[in-house]
Design a protein around this ligand. Sequence first.
Ligand SMILES: [Zn+2]
Length: 85
Amino acid sequence: MTDDDDLDCRAVIQELYTFLDGELAETKSVELTRHLHGCIDCHEAVAFHAELKMVISTKCRDQVPDSLRQRIAAALGLTSQQPGE
Ligand SMILES: [Zn+2]
């Protein structure tokens, strides 16, 4: 971690989703990437959210597993039975 970073960690986290969506301005994106190389905390945060985002988009394209659907239903207070299982 260095003091002459253009971005601080809070700024990185704020821009994280814009960055992951590829919608961050190029100069900002370069600064952010540079910060990530020097900051393990932000690097891990970005890696985590990138993976999470990928998992979510993959799961949304695939079918949601019944077990997960039932857990969501239970969490919402809907205890609908799934026939055929
Ligand atoms: Zn950081």
